[in-house]
Design a protein around this ligand. Structure first.
Ligand code: DGY
Length: 326
């Protein structure tokens, strides 16, 4: 039998299947509408599931554009996204509608920085080529010139966007003997810079980026930021790493540069139009590709879910959610 306390719990729609511990907490504290089959929902589907709901716990793959936000019932007052990125939500439409939007910063910093280093090493050391060779039964044994890659030690790493994740990447890359250059809207204080060389103009940093790692948000202004002209400014044979968002790279330009070897290798975890990435990447031996695994550890995904719930709890308790974006 439902108690009064249970009946008065806010109704919360979870658009995707979340880790068990997160769903258990959501079901304990909310009248939770789960998605156990983990069916990808369109904006219209989300609006339909949200009839009579008080809040929506959405995820990075959901498309909450202006139409989807308009379609949400008036009862919905908060969108808590299970992601640090908010580019899947039309924030202006949410604001105009009076919706509160929260995200999950901090907790995925280390996991994402780890994946950036995995991509850097995987791309520079030709890891997926080697793996494919073994799986195809094509490895005939060690040879002195087989799959020679590029050493990271002694190379210059250019980081664009020196927020939490950029700084965590810098710390890891130092351990590999890389020299750190960075560009950011604001210069960091010396204790956070840790000797990294600041470039006020990201364009000027490209020429010294043997490895370029992108860590800035996807916005209309940053769409296709890494284009053919900027690729030309990188040193010949540079390595490009992207754990930010796919839209910040012009795929046609990067694929062309990977084909000619102008860019030696790319390590990519994110793509424009995920999961339908540009087909040109699939045939490229020098592209090390991962399916958006940046935050994919049990610990991190639990922490992201708990953070989203912390924001919802604060909101429904009448307090300011700690990670309010809108
Ligand atoms: C995010 O949180 O924005 C990631 O891309 C998904 O973990």
């Amino acid at each position: 039998m439902r108690t009064d306390a249970q009946a008065s719990r806010p109704v919360l729609v979870l658009t995707r299947h979340l880790p068990d511990a997160v769903e258990a907490r959501a079901a304990r504290d909310y009248d939770a509408r789960l998605n156990p089959e983990d069916k990808a929902l369109s904006g219209t589907d989300i609006a339909a599931r949200a009839q009579g709901a008080d809040g929506v716990l959405c995820s990075a793959g959901d498309r909450l554009d202006a139409d989807a936000i308009k379609a949400l019932p008036d009862s919905v007052r908060i969108l808590a996204t299970f992601s640090v990125g908010t580019d899947h939500i039309d924030l202006n439409a949410a604001k105009a509608r009076g919706l509160v939007v929260t995200n999950t910063p901090d907790v995925l910093t280390d996991a994402t920085a780890d994946i950036a280093l995995l991509l850097m090493l995987g791309a520079a050391r030709r890891a997926s080529e080697g793996e494919r060779m073994i799986r195809a039964g094509a490895w005939t044994g060690w040879t002195p010139t087989q799959l020679l890659g590029t050493h990271l030690g002694g190379k210059r790493l250019g980081i664009i966007g020196m927020g939490r994740i950029g700084q965590a990447v810098a710390r890891r890359a130092r351990a590999f003997g890389m020299t750190i250059h960075y560009s950011n809207r604001k210069r960091l204080p010396a204790e956070l810079e840790e000797g990294a060389v600041f470039h006020a103009d990201p364009e000027a940093m490209l020429a010294v980026s043997d490895v370029l790692s992108l860590h800035f948000p996807a916005t209309p202004e940053t769409r296709h930021w890494l284009n053919a002209a900027r690729i030309e400014k990188l040193p010949p044979g540079a390595v490009v790493v992207n754990t930010a968002r796919g839209t910040v790279v012009d795929d046609e330009a990067l694929i062309a540069a990977l084909k000619t070897g102008r860019i030696a290798a790319a390590g990519l975890d994110v793509f424009e139009n995920e999961p339908n990435l540009h087909p040109g990447y699939r045939g490229l031996e020098n592209a090390f590709l991962l399916p958006h695994l940046g935050s994919a550890t049990v610990e991190t995904r639990n922490a992201m879910g708990f953070k989203a719930l912390d924001n919802l709890d604060a909101f429904f308790a009448g307090a300011e959610p700690p990670d309010r974006v809108v």
